[in-house]
Ligand binder design. Sequence first.
Ligand SMILES: C[S@@+](CC[C@H](N)C(=O)[O-])C[C@H]1O[C@@H](n2cnc3c(N)ncnc32)[C@H](O)[C@@H]1O
Length: 288
Amino acid sequence: MPGGPFASLTGPSGSPVTLWQEDSLAGLGRRLSKGSADVVVTSPPYNRRVPYRSYRDDRPRQEYLRWMERLGRSVDRALSERGSFFLNVGGSPSDPWLPWDVAGRMRDRFVLQNVLLWVKSIAIDRALVGETAGLARDLVVGHYKPLKSNRYLHGAHEYVFQFTRSGEVPIDRLAVGIAYSDKSNVKRWRTASADRRCRGNVWFLPYTTIRRRSADRPHPAPFPPELPERCLRLHGISRVRLAVDPFVGIGASAMAAARLGVPFIGFDLESEYLDETRRRVEALRTED
Ligand SMILES: C[S@@+](CC[C@H](N)C(=O)[O-])C[C@H]1O[C@@H](n2cnc3c(N)ncnc32)[C@H](O)[C@@H]1O
């Protein structure tokens, strides 16, 4: 793609957000110098027939997996020595191997340092959580897509794989931590230096409810900005000189980086999605 970037923006605290409309595998090589990205956080197409504007999401499985392997190679070149590659992939009830097949293609290049489960909807039985939770009834939260099946449960989670080069990249667990619900634990555990504990590797992040799909979420498969935001925090904000999303879509990762003041580069094939990314990043300036 000739010419300059699709958009050069600045986040609310002045950090640069650069968007490129081009094939990301080529773009990662063209626009980034070797080892310049400290975090790559992305959700590629899953090859599940999602109706993107031009990208055909229904390739033969092996061809798709070879493409993912090439993505791994491009990320490998762009990632810094102690960088993190957060790769979000979801399977379907009838194809649960998909995320693991994709993760397997990264195995020769990266160590799988953490596996996070992104839970999109959950049901919690009042009887199991005790009085302190204060539930009046069973709690059911999050997006629910009914599935007509006598074989499968409805899919309520996806994976986020954290790949690193060594498997020994320090993470900032408490930056995405949570306060103790039983405060006596703060004293009891010597490791509990403050009222904050590790959240663990199951992250409940529902989608915000939307009224009109086309206007409120003009993309068929976005992730919520809180997901890349947590990944950036987990890696450690002070250690991120540049974050990159090779499949930026409507810009959840761009928004997360801009909010945190982290320089960001994103790629997508579609001008409509990039326009929406631009709009959402610019809107952050008027946020409280
Ligand atoms: C799962 S979506 C990413 C959604 C994004 N995380 C968000 O929150 O909006 C995958 C994106 O990859 C884009 N895409 C597909 N092939 C691409 C390629 N070769 N280079 C760059 N982008 C591509 C699609 O247009 C789509 O927007």
